[in-house]
Design a protein around this ligand. Sequence first.
Ligand SMILES: C[S@@+](CC[C@H](N)C(=O)[O-])C[C@H]1O[C@@H](n2cnc3c(N)ncnc32)[C@H](O)[C@@H]1O
Length: 226
Amino acid sequence: MTTHLHAPPISDEATRRRSLAKYRRRAAAYDSTCGPTWSIRQRSIDRLQLQPGQSVLDVACGTGLSLPLLRQRVGDDGQVCGFDHSAEMLAHARARIATADWGNVRLLHTPAQALASVWASTRPVDALLFHYTHDILRSADALRGVLACARPGARVAIAGIKYFPRWLGPLNAWVYLKNHAYNGAPGELRSPWDRIAPLLADWSFETTQWGMGYIASGTLSEAPMP
Ligand SMILES: C[S@@+](CC[C@H](N)C(=O)[O-])C[C@H]1O[C@@H](n2cnc3c(N)ncnc32)[C@H](O)[C@@H]1O
């Protein structure tokens, strides 16, 4: 008889189905929930050190809240691309772009796992923003798909939710439930960055929100993802 000490891992497809169902319900009110993390968004984008004329990929861009900040930094001559698997979230991002009338911001409707084939001959980007993209950070296939679209040496910034340190452990049930509301695979909150961190040089890390959040950044190494 086999005893499972941990829940068996959920497949990427099951995770995505759960995520899609959650964002179908959440899309309309999503922006109104993002006020408290606005400074984390700004600080994450600062860590990309974007220059005018550069290109940046907004990973799982959702409703496109980061797009104006990214567009502002790369300017008229740069390129901003966002992708997401949720049609409902992307509809808001599309409306944002149409209102601003930017010619150099584009969106792709695709899962991260299929991004590399959609990207194909497009030039690799100079920077990647992973802002609250837990499901993607926890999937090897999703990460591989995203990293294939960036050049070696690209700047990478990551922000998200994590468990409080052990001495605040009793609060972690609440952290899990908070993450559950937004993700298909809400666990693995001890160190959600641990798949991507080994692939980045110049790793820099800080905690936010009294330890239940983090911002990290680095530079994509030459070595391909295993
Ligand atoms: C918490 S929201 C963050 C949205 C945006 N990055 C932001 O900062 O506002 C997470 C987003 O990840 C998207 N997502 C989750 N799994 C995905 C996948 N495998 N491929 C593409 N998008 C995914 C969801 O649809 C959702 O829009």
